[in-house]
Write a protein that binds this ligand. Structure first.
Ligand SMILES: NC(=O)c1ccc[n+]([C@@H]2O[C@H](COP(=O)([O-])OP(=O)(O)OC[C@H]3O[C@@H](n4cnc5c(N)ncnc54)[C@H](OP(=O)(O)O)[C@@H]3O)[C@@H](O)[C@H]2O)c1
Length: 134
């Protein structure tokens, strides 16, 4: 039974992902992280594997990834060090032996056509994932 961890599950994008995943797989095949205990309890009451987790807390990421096959990394906001937060998720996925990682980047074939900090971080994250071998 394949299991997936979704980051950002309490957000707009993650919420839509969870809603759609629940139409296809059982709740206990879905793991989520949130920094908020009330939201964690809410997910747990619906049968999901819900963990307190923070992109800045590598141990919490590794804990949530136990027994998981794949992770959907929904890009972090700009409140913290986004690149480091993304790297922490990729590193934890590699360390815990996940099979695959998906990342909500942006579609842009030629990275020289539009360059700003956000786009650069999306490309940097893609490069980091490719280098990880996942
Ligand atoms: N919504 C869109 O249409 C859209 C379109 C394109 C790109 N994006 C990008 O997709 C990402 C998510 O968008 P959204 O609209 O879904 O955002 P959102 O509603 O503001 O949700 C943010 C999510 O990120 C989580 N989060 C924030 N900091 C975290 C941290 N340090 N550790 C762990 N989780 C953390 C929050 O979890 P907790 O607060 O529960 O911990 C929450 O689930 C953003 O980077 C956004 O730029 C969104």
């Amino acid at each position: 039974m394949e299991k997936i961890l979704v980051t950002g599950a309490t957000g707009h994008l993650g919420g839509a992902v969870i809603e759609n995943l629940l139409k296809k797989i059982a709740p206990n095949q879905i793991s989520v992280i949130t920094r908020n205990e009330e939201k964690r309890k809410d997910f747990a009451s619906k049968g999901l594997n819900a963990f307190l987790g923070n992109y800045d807390d590598v141990a919490s990421l590794e804990n949530a990834m136990q027994g998981v096959d794949a992770v959907l990394l929904i890009s972090a906001g700009d409140q913290g060090d986004r690149m480091q937060e993304h790297k922490n998720v990729v590193d934890a996925a590699k360390k815990t032996g996940l099979k695959s990682i998906a990342y909500t980047s942006r579609c842009l074939r030629d990275r020289t056509t539009l360059v700003n900090k956000l786009m650069q971080e999306h490309f940097e994250t893609e490069d980091y994932i490719i280098a990880s071998g996942l």
